[in-house]
Design a protein around this ligand. Structure first.
Ligand code: NAD
Ligand code: UFG
Length: 336
């Protein structure tokens, strides 16, 4: 099968490219390189012995989309492309709404016009908002607390309406929990621009000596050690979840939301301890005030993915941290 992956040179996209190529599928990537490096393509080739087709282009640009759908017979689209920094989305909301929401609508219109009506969309656990109590399941009410989260929720709602309007569509909104880790080869991984916002890339850069110390945002939450608890999931498990979604998409006419998480919670201090043990490096940290918008505990109810996709996460926290460390220590400056 030939699949189009928007945002396919990014963190989660590149790992999904590897899983699809290794299964013998063909992959076309459309990415404007806003938050990724074209060097990913060489690394993917080193891992799989194959290179995906790459088009440098923007989902907001209808011509770029038409060229891809005309040149390639696409079976289904996995839509990763988007801006994803929560803090930045508060500073430049219009860029987020334009890029993520308008870009997605342009993509869906192009898909419809080219009669490609199978879609897997990168949604997020952020759509559960701050009022639901974990484990979070797909039937819970959704809400958003920042422009980034709003874009995910708006796109999910657009897709629900689209599937209602035309029964030819099969759509899966995958709600990711906290993806971490890297491919076991150490050749591809997360490569954030500037100072990382997320915990794992920050800890990894402290361990490698690029950053001096970690700020632990709050130690007075109602959690076992007072620090925030999240459902960390290995990016390779997550990538395999997309493969399963593509394999099962024909059985899922309409629009469906499915969590991709492990169902387990891990605290910030547990992450720091594991990282110290795996890397053999010190991770200096200090307790800092709570970060605005954070909640105490977020983890998934993971049964729907098991039933609907025959998927469950396999890799444990140790593998997540070992693979993050291998990637970070082999590539202290990312792809540069
Ligand atoms: P990423 O930034 O590494 O990848 C996104 C890719 O999209 C980048 O390569 C970027 O260059 C590209 N892109 C952005 N705007 C584009 C546009 N207009 N046209 C073409 N390409 C464009 O991010 P990621 O971590 O791989 O995330 C992938 C998707 O998963 C995103 O939609 C993100 O919101 C979602 N998600 C990520 C997380 C996470 O913690 N990483 C959690 C939940 C959901
Ligand atoms: N944290 C720190 N110090 C840091 C960074 C994070 O203590 O320097 C803590 C946070 O307070 C939180 C935990 O580490 O308790 C995880 O924080 P991340 O920023 O790594 O992840 P979040 O759960 O806040 O955010 C992630 C995604 C978002 C998504 C959100 C909701 O990055 O895109 O999950 O699902 F919106």
């Amino acid at each position: 099968m030939k699949y189009l992956l928007t945002g396919g040179t990014g963190y989660i996209g590149s790992h999904t490219v590897v899983e699809l190529l290794e299964l013998g599928h063909e992959v076309v990537i459309l990415d404007n390189l806003a938050n990724s490096s074209v060097k990913v393509l060489e690394r993917v080739e080193k891992i799989c012995g194959k290179r995906p087709a790459f088009v440098e282009g923007n989902i907001c640009n209808r011509d770029d989309l038409d060229k891809v759908f005309t040149a390639h017979q696409i079976e289904a689209v996995v839509h990763f492309a988007g801006l994803k920094a929560v803090g930045e989305s508060n500073q430049i909301p219009l860029s987020y709404y334009h890029n993520n929401v308008s870009g997605s609508v342009t993509l869906f219109q192009a898909m419809s016009d080219h009669n490609v009506k199978k879609l897997v969309f990168s949604s997020s656990a952020t759509v559960y908002g701050e009022n639901n109590v974990s484990p979070l399941d797909e039937s819970m009410p959704t809400s958003a607390t920042n422009p980034y989260g709003q874009t995910k929720l708006m796109i999910e709602n657009i897709l629900v309406d689209l599937a209602k309007s035309d029964s030819d569509w099969s759509i899966i909104n995958l709600r990711y929990f906290n993806p971490i880790g890297a491919h076991a080869s150490g050749l591809i991984g997360e490569n954030p621009n500037g100072i990382p916002n997320n915990l794992l890339p920050y800890v990894a850069q402290v361990a490698v000596g690029r950053l001096a110390e970690l700020n632990v945002f709050g130690d007075d939450y109602d959690t076992p050690d007072g620090t925030g608890v999240r459902d960390y999931i290995h990016v390779v498990d997550l990538a395999q979840g997309h493969v399963k979604a593509l394999e099962k998409i024909d059985a899922h006419n309409g629009c469906h939301a499915i969590n991709l998480g492990t169902g387990n919670g891990t605290s910030v201090l547990q992450i720091v301890e594991s990282f110290k043990r795996v890397s053999g490096r010190d991770i200096p940290f200090k307790i800092a005030p709570r970060r605005a918008g954070d909640i105490a505990t977020v983890f998934a109810h993971a049964d729907k993915a098991a039933k609907a996709l025959n998927w469950q996460a396999k890799l444990d926290l140790n593998a997540m941290i070992e693979d993050t460390w291998r990637w970070q220590s082999n590539n202290p400056n990312g792809y540069e």
